[in-house]
Design a protein around this ligand. Sequence first.
Ligand code: 5GP
Ligand code: MN
Length: 335
Amino acid sequence: MSESNSTSENASFEQIGEVLHKHQSFVLISHVRPDGDAIGSQLALGFSLIAAGKSVRLINEDGLPDNLAFMAGAKKIELPPTEPLDVEVAIALDTATKPRLGDNALHAASKAKIWLNIDHHVSNPKYGDLNLIDSTSPATGQILYQLLTALNLPFPDETRDAIYVAVSTDTGSFQYPSTTAKTYEMAADLVRRGLDVGTINSSTYDNHPYRRVELMRALLNTLELSPDGLVANWELRDETRLDLALLPEDSEGLIDIIRAIRGVLLAVFFEELVDGKIRVSMRSKDRRINVSDIALEFGGGGHALAAGIRMKGPLDEAKPLVLAAIRRRIAEIGI
Ligand code: 5GP
Ligand code: MN
């Protein structure tokens, strides 16, 4: 089916279940620079399908990040093969737009006859043949929990643990306002199913390479606060990345440090990428400032309180453009 056939309606769990049941071979893909929800969603659904006897490949444009290598079954995550895979169904997980799956991953999945799109980004244009988009869900992992339990699909330990990591990392450890009673009920059920809370949290959060703390020191040296105290930002330049031999995942979550400053409503992280582009990460603490809307002005996207952009460099040109857009938004709201 072509993308023009996609409807604005969500598929039901039963419709998704029928596709999973009827077909034998699947490729599951998540977004470039994958985070815990991306990899967690792949492992959660992937290991359920494997337990159901299906043939499953899990690919990611950038492969498995080092910080998620502790996850059970993580070795199943592969870089995209150069030849297209012989699979019937491709499933995009946690990926707001199709291009964010990456060129190589899209090529590897190009023989798939059916595309499923399961995600929680409000900006997702429903690019699948069947779509399951729930922007009220704090993580794609929670949508998958609901899908798998509703359909009575296999729920092996890898799936249980992966769902926990997906939701924990996308909610800032069950803290963000998107965390609901459903989320805690789900977590309780995962613990009842045998999840080892202490071990999994320690592997997720107390397991950083030393260079990540050195990165924190370097970032603090670039910290800026706007005169009214509403906007905090810091930046990571090529020089620091090379000096500290950083990996892309080393900066994951560090923005929460400046987001946590009292009085700050908006935290911004600017980063020079290897390809010369600039990555902008934004966090809002105020529902009136929708950072997804600000990101959209520059071709990015995300959620109301957490969004990102990849834009043209150099940093010294990109930064004032984004900060000006933020100031316009603050002025419009009249804060
Ligand atoms: P982060 O700041 O953690 O990289 O991303 C925050 C949120 O914004 C995530 O949900 C992520 O998917 C989304 N996001 C980050 N960068 C981009 C981007 O370049 N384009 C789009 N569409 N979404 C992004
Ligand atoms: Mn997510």
